[in-house]
Design a protein around this ligand. Structure first.
Ligand code: CA
Length: 232
């Protein structure tokens, strides 16, 4: 399991990232101060670091510079986060040694994709592209979906929805959580939109007698059926 350390002083954002990264199957830790992160990173080195630019204690830039100067963290994959308006500092960020740079507000799915891409490069053994449950299979690199060997064509939203649900079988997501995780945190869409796309997804993946892998949980939301993999 890949270990991700988040250094972010905005509590809500730290929580959102933790939540989404854990749903991806990563082992996640969040610290809110730069100096605290510096100490933490001397004790143990994660597989990837998400580092905010402006931090109390020690800035993200300074921390990044220190990490690049130490043998243990010289090659640690680092994604730097920064607020809009600090883009002009981008060059400085990259020259400080961050591998990637993301401007707030960003879309959560996009950041997750970057994390995955970076980990795949740095630690390919920790990241699998294939998600399987029963006769359903999705390849996260090519975005191909198959059911019982038959290729299924999904729209981009239905694909992301299926991938998101399939990552955590049994876990029930509210419509709001699905909007955050699939559409992105700064997109304002009516919650009924989720129902519409769930409907399309079901129509695409289920033939008449197929078992439906998506569970509707009344009053709560939707889940990928954790019995699906074994019930065929
Ligand atoms: Ca900050």
């Amino acid at each position: 399991m890949a270990r991700v350390l988040i250094v972010e002083d905005e509590e809500a954002l730290g929580l959102l990232l933790r939540y989404n990264l854990e749903a991806e199957g990563y082992d996640v830790e969040v610290v809110t101060r730069g100096d605290e992160a510096d100490i933490r990173l001397k004790e143990s080195v994660p597989d990837l670091l998400i580092l905010d630019w402006m931090l109390p204690g020690l800035s993200g830039i300074e921390l990044c510079r220190r990490l690049r100067g130490r043998a243990e963290t010289e090659r640690l994959p680092i994604i730097m986060l920064t607020a809009r308006g600090e883009e002009s500092e981008r060059i400085r960020g990259l020259s400080t040694g961050a591998d990637d740079y993301v401007v707030k507000p960003f879309s959560t799915p996009e950041l997750m994709a970057r994390v995955r891409a970076m980990l795949r490069r740095a630690r390919p053994e920790l990241v699998s592209n294939l998600l399987k449950a029963g006769d359903l299979e999705i390849d996260r690199e090519t975005h191909r979906v198959r059911r019982a060997g038959r290729e299924i064509h999904l729209g981009p939203t239905e694909y992301r929805l299926l991938e998101f649900l399939m990552r955590s079988p049994g876990r029930v997501y509210s419509r709001e959580q699905l909007l955050d995780g699939v559409w992105g945190m700064d997109v304002y869409v009516d919650e009924r939109t989720v129902d519409v796309h769930i409907g399309r997804l079901r129509k695409a993946i289920n033939r008449t007698r197929d078992r439906d892998p998506i569970r509707t949980v009344r009053g709560a939301g939707y889940a990928f059926d954790d019995q699906f993999a074994t019930a065929q």
